[in-house]
Design a protein around this ligand. Structure first.
Ligand code: ADP
Ligand code: MG
Length: 694
């Protein structure tokens, strides 16, 4: 290999000293190219700027950097363990001596020579008769300046087979060759505006910080750059969404909407009114709406969605509503029917466990336009459903981020793009929303309908089980209904309902006079629907279930949610479950029946019981689990940053977003900033589906 010609996009095997074996190990660290190495930043740093003398080393103290010469080397087999070999080296700095011991470093006697000068980093063992260091890090100084002492030293995440020292050396050399070739992709006006340091220096500072201020400037630039790339990608997608296809402008007379509101048994909250207005305004335009409606569980998003559906119908187009589970789709169909049947609007349900003949009929009616509203699961996009003229798609409980599904549904509307309303009850911390939903407008309902009582949340252990069972009996005697949720056993291959089934049997023996039923994902659609219908109608007192009832289910007479093994659930998921109760005027309870194994788990349960606001819970959840795990966004790769941290750097994301959207609104970025656009496309082109369309 010719080092002079190494390029950023070369595979690591083009680097001297890296063969196939090392390349495989690097792959484990996510490193495939020279560029990956350059951007493989340290996990932490060690300040070894101060180089001391042997005399300054304190037994049992922190590791320190010093220089010394090799006086003698001896190697022997350990007395206690014949397989252990000890290398003992006597070191001197001219004034004092110390001994360094290494274990099982067979090659040391070949590498080290008497008289060699070393840079060392380590600490003296406490309570030894002579000054001794165990396995100190060392570097041979053959006349050159030391790399491992006298400066701030990067510490990389190593992996088995690749040690720190090796990584440091390789990255050092690659950086020397390639840093000058790192291009400045940020538009010059932005660099000037924020006084950013140049890209090459920033990358160097990250690996080899020289001082704190410069290091901070470096990090700042790189964080901005990462967020900016993402936001430019999102801005491009947003712009294309606006330009590519027109949506039908839904500005018909609001006849159905007016009738609906007149019949509604409650007053809309101010927040509901406000977000409904935002949505209505969007839908009146021929730019496709892309709006996220977020509101805590029970905040009344469904009514708002129905108003949007009616606006579509009032303007003569069809509307579809998609739910993540069949149970929820079924329930929405019931709710919509209850509200829309009096207005003379029929609601179709797909697939809803319907017979093939009926399914075929619904398909026909959708394509000839006689059926104007359909509710369904993902089957709506997977199946060969075609619409006469689809004007609005509502996607409920989309906290699992179905960006791709949204796209598939969009293609249902042919030459036109439908308006899209995405609803979620897992409020997303703002920074995360800006990255994952960055091309969506966001409406938020913060207020719950009045008359709601706060849900009382407690957590209990086994010792209070009998007391809880007596309490449940009392609630059922008063005519209330109960959910009892058991977690799935994830390890088992086919999901194992055993914990649920055995709990169900115990509950049946406990409450022989009550009507109990069970619900889990392995039941057929028909069976599930039958159980939900019975529960909604109040003909079941206690429903033992897996998390299939996690989202959306709305039975106002249910007042107690028991979550068994609550320690296994994330905070947001618990909050979703809790949201199944407290939907009516009666006092409601969420009881976490848990067996926390450690103080942290206990703390989490306490935290959950003390928080009632979904936004606060989402923040706490994201901090506990990290943004990647938080509601499964990691699969998108949108939040995999090299330097930036979504939690720490939230404020930068806002700025990057403003700058990116302003830039894209300005003209042809491909012409003005080709390097930037190339970087955006190579990082996000496929993920965001924004390959160049000019
Ligand atoms: P979510 O936002 O969790 O989807 P829903 O739309 O299911 O909440 O609404 C929860 C319950 O509150 C439903 O029974 C609904 O009819 C009721 N509801 C919605 N808006 C209001 C309101 N403004 N006043 C009283 N009850 C309301
Ligand atoms: Mg809902």
């Amino acid at each position: 290999m010719n080092r002079g010609f190494l390029r950023l996009d070369d595979p690591v095997t083009a680097i001297r000293g890296i063969g196939e074996a090392k390349a495989l190990l690097l792959q484990r660290l996510g490193i495939a190219t020279a560029e990956d190495l350059v951007y493989f930043f340290p996990r932490r740093y060690e300040d070894r700027r101060q180089v001391v003398t042997i005399q300054d080393l304190a037994p049992g103290g922190p590791p320190q950097a010093f220089r010394a010469r090799v006086v003698s080397i001896e190697q022997r087999v350990a007395r206690s363990n014949r397989r252990m070999q000890i290398t003992r080296v006597c070191l001197s700095d001219g004034k004092n001596v110390a001994w360094a011991l290494w274990f099982n470093r067979w090659n040391l006697s070949r590498i080290l020579r008497e008289g060699m000068e070393l840079a060392l980093y380590g600490s003296l063992e406490p309570r030894r008769p002579v000054p001794e260091l165990l396995n100190p890090e060392f570097e041979i100084l053959d006349g050159s300046d030391p790399r491992s002492v006298g400066r701030i030293v990067p510490v990389y995440s190593a992996t088995a087979g690749l040690n720190e020292k090796w990584l440091r050396r390789v990255i050092d050399t690659v950086l020397e060759t390639l840093a000058p070739t790192i291009a400045d992709i940020l538009p010059p006006p932005i660099v000037e505006k924020f006084h950013f340091i140049d890209a090459a220096s920033a990358v160097r500072q990250m690996h080899q910080p020289t001082d704190e201020a410069l290091f901070r400037a470096a990090r700042q630039r790189l964080v901005f750059e990462e967020f900016f790339l993402l936001q430019v990608g999102l801005a491009l997608r947003h712009r294309r969404g606006c330009l590519e296809k027109k949506a039908p402008a839904l500005a018909g007379q609001a006849d159905l909407t007016r009738k609906f509101l007149a019949e509604l048994p409650f007053e809309l909250t101010d927040d509901q009114r406000r977000v409904a207005q935002e949505i209505a305004d969007d839908m009146r335009r021929s730019v496709p709406m892309n709006r996220l409606l977020q509101g805590d569980v029970g905040s009344g998003k469904t009514v708002v969605a129905v108003m949007a559906l009616l606006q579509a119908l009032d303007s003569g187009v069809q509307a579809a509503m998609m739910a993540p589970t069949a149970v929820l789709a079924q329930q929405h169909a019931l709710t919509l029917n209850r509200w829309l049947a009096p207005l003379g609007v029929e609601v179709g349900l797909l697939p809803g466990g319907v017979a093939p003949a009926e399914k075929k009929k619904i398909h026909e009616q959708l394509s000839d336009g006689t059926l104007r509203v359909v509710v369904g699961t993902h089957a709506l996009i997977q199946e060969a459903v075609s619409f006469k003229r689809l004007g609005l798609i509502v996607i409920d409980e989309q906290h699992r981020f179905g960006v791709l599904q949204r796209k598939a549904l969009n293609s249902k509307a042919g030459a036109e793009a439908p308006h899209t309303l995405v609803m979620t009850a897992t409020p997303i911390p703002r920074t995360l929303a800006l990255s994952v939903y960055g091309d969506l407008a966001v409406s938020t309902i913060r207020q719950l309908p009045s008359g709601r009582q706060p849900i009382k949340s407690v957590w209990i252990g086994d010792n209070r089980l009998p007391k809880m069972l007596r309490f449940l009996e009392g609630e059922m005697a008063a005519g209330r209904q109960i959910y009892w949720v058991c977690p799935l056993i994830e390890e088992s291959e086919n999901f194992d309902a055993a914990p649920l089934e055995s709990r169900f049997e115990k509950l049946r023996r406990e409450f022989p006079n009550r009507r109990l039923a069970m619900l889990h994902g392995r039941m057929g659609e028909k069976e599930k629907n039958a159980v939900m219908t019975e529960f909604s109608a109040g003909r079941i007192d206690l429903l033992a279930s897996t998390t299939v009832i996690e989202v959306g289910v709305d039975v106002p007479n249910a007042t107690v949610m028991v979550v068994e093994n609550a320690e296994r659930f994330g905070l947001s998921q618990l909050h979703q479950l809790r949201g199944r109760v407290g939907r009516g005027p009666a006092k409601s309870w969420c009881i976490l029946y848990a067996d926390p194994k450690n103080p942290e788990a206990e703390h989490r349960l306490d935290q959950f019981c003390s928080l009632s606001d979904g936004f606060a819970i989402a923040e706490a959840d994201m901090q506990l689990r990290g943004p990647g795990e938080f509601c499964g966004v990691r699969q998108h790769g949108l939040t995999d940053f090299r330097v930036a941290d979504l939690i720490r750097d939230g404020a930068v994301m806002e700025v990057a977003r403003q700058e990116a959207f302003a830039l894209i609104a300005q003209g042809d970025p491909y012409e003005s900033f080709p390097l930037l656009m190339q970087a955006v496309l190579s990082r996000y082109g496929r993920m965001l589906d924004i390959a160049r369309t000019a």
